[in-house]
Design a protein around this ligand. Structure first.
Ligand code: NDP
Length: 451
């Protein structure tokens, strides 16, 4: 039986009902086969079987009181996947679709992403099936306080440092941090994504979106090309999408789409960033239908009218595509539509947004393809810069953090592309990113013995 088949069979037996986790593992193991063929030590030390098993998976009950005085119950999770190269680090996701399998897929990806940044951070992730949509500020605060009342005993600034993800932004980090301080009395860098007033880093909010665009710049430069004048499609309209759109404009490209779970906007003249920020960042997550009411030349398509299993954002003609919403939002049909329309670059702001079939189509077509664990690593890298500033009790300027972010994205690109070249597949950054990320963690595991 092949290595992939054996590994998958084992995890399916020990962790039933977690398809997203199997998908993430399959992609990594497939990429690692050439490495295992070349260097025997990893199989001899049984690294594969060890690395797919989290060091710790914490599941807990979160009870909170809604505005009607009723007790509500949600499930909370924190996976501490790997501490081989540093304290666990990874965001918290609050979304009704969250299961243990979602958290494990995200935590597994995070190990390699964090390693690839070149910084000393291990892999972790957490979250809850709590849905912040339609909840009052007070309900969100009470939920966050209850979530932290359990989580605080498992985290610490040199142990495990959570951050934001879908449904967790500055407001939620604030409530979580407040409760952490109340419980421990410590004012330390235990969470990142904090607001500037109380320990946050300049440019952290922008970092994932900016980083994805810097990564795209590096991809294009490898073919003596740049962003100037190119049409881009972007999905999502949250943190990552907004700052991807902003940086695309700054570097001369034109983003023409954005989306949310209710529908999508195609604005051929270019997405109006101020309107988008007003509806999504400063408001209460308004429907994008409002965008089309404000900009009469923009077209709004409600999700209810999407063809089954398709995301029509990817049928809009473009040269560059930035999936920035969620996992598996771009399938084989979508990939074919992008390729047929002449798309030359896909840079993933979201985690695992392309299905395995879509990824294979991009690799086969040899377009420029930046997988999420490389292209969206700017967020976690800047979180680590926040940790460094907290530890040193200093604050760097926006420009200083942005320059470091640019340098980190360049290094991630070089690390992934040189590794891909080393294995004779220069265009395959999936392979490059997975091997480069894995090798460092695996070598650390060997050095640290059977733990
Ligand atoms: P936000 O919560 O700020 O925004 C998420 C966006 O995606 C919203 O527009 C949301 O629409 C949309 N979305 C979420 N789920 C679905 C769905 N099932 N179908 C359609 N649309 C959906 O999250 P972020 O921008 O922070 O995260 C986006 C992606 O980027 C995620 O994959 C995340 O893991 C990844 N990422 C984020 C990082 C960060 O620093 N924030 C770092 C690295 C990766 P709606 O509001 O209607 O639900």
């Amino acid at each position: 039986m092949s290595l992939i088949a054996t590994t998958l069979e084992k995890i399916k037996k020990s962790s039933p009902g977690e398809p997203e986790f199997y998908q993430a593992v399959e992609e990594v193991v497939e990429s690692l086969e050439p490495l295992f063929a070349k260097e025997k030590k990893y199989l001899e030390h049984n690294i594969l079987e060890r690395i797919v098993e989290p060091e710790r998976m914490i599941t807990f009950r979160v009870t909170w009181i809604d505005d009607q005085g009723r007790v509500q119950v949600n499930k909370g999770y924190r996976v501490q996947f790997s501490s081989a190269i540093g304290p666990y680090k990874g965001g918290l996701r609050f979304h009704p679709s969250v299961t243990s399998g979602t958290i494990k897929f995200l935590g597994f990806e995070q190990i390699f992403k964090n390693s690839l940044t070149g910084l000393a951070i291990g892999g972790g992730k957490g979250g809850s099936d709590f849905d912040p949509k339609g909840k009052s500020n007070n309900e969100i605060m009470r939920f966050c306080q209850s979530f932290m009342t359990e989580l605080y005993r498992h985290i610490g600034d040199t142990v495990d440092v959570p951050a934001g993800d879908i449904g967790v932004g500055g407001r939620e980090i604030g409530y979580l941090y407040g409760q952490y301080k109340r419980l421990t009395g410590h004012y330390d860098g235990v969470l990142t994504g904090k607001k500037l007033l109380w320990g946050g880093s300049l440019a952290r909010t922008e970092a994932t979106g900016y980083g994805a665009v810097y990564f795209a710049e590096n991809l294009l430069a490898s073919r003596n090309d740049n962003l100037e004048g190119k049409i881009a499609t972007v999905s999502g309209s949250g943190n990552v999408a907004i700052y991807t759109i902003k940086k695309l404009y700054e570097l001369g490209a034109k983003p023409v789409t954005c989306s949310d779970s209710r529908g999508f906007i195609y604005h051929e003249a270019g997405i109006n960033l101020a309107t988008l920020q007003q509806l999504k960042e400063q408001g209460t997550n308004e429907s994008l239908a409002k965008y089309a009411e404000i900009h009469k030349d923009a077209k709004y398509t409600p999700a209810s009218s999407y063809p089954a299993g398709r995301n029509p954002v990817w049928s809009v003609p473009c040269q560059l595509a930035f999936p920035s919403a969620t996992q598996n939002e771009l399938n084989l049909e979508d990939a074919k539509a992008l390729l047929a329309n002449g798309c030359i670059l896909v840079a993933e702001g979201a985690n695992m947004p392309s299905t395995p079939e879509a990824v294979h189509a991009f690799l086969e077509a040899k377009i420029l393809y930046g997988p999420g664990k490389a292209a969206n690593a700017g967020g976690v890298a800047t979180s680590q810069l926040e940790m460094a500033q907290n530890a040193g009790m200093i604050q760097w300027t926006f420009e200083e953090v942005d320059q470091r972010l640019k340098g980190i994205m360049r290094n991630i690109y070089l690390n992934a592309s040189r590794t891909a070249e080393e294995f004779g597949q220069a265009h395959n950054l999936v392979l490059g990113a997975n091997i480069a990320g894995f090798r460092k963690v695996a070598d650390a595991m060997i050095d640290q013995g059977a733990v």
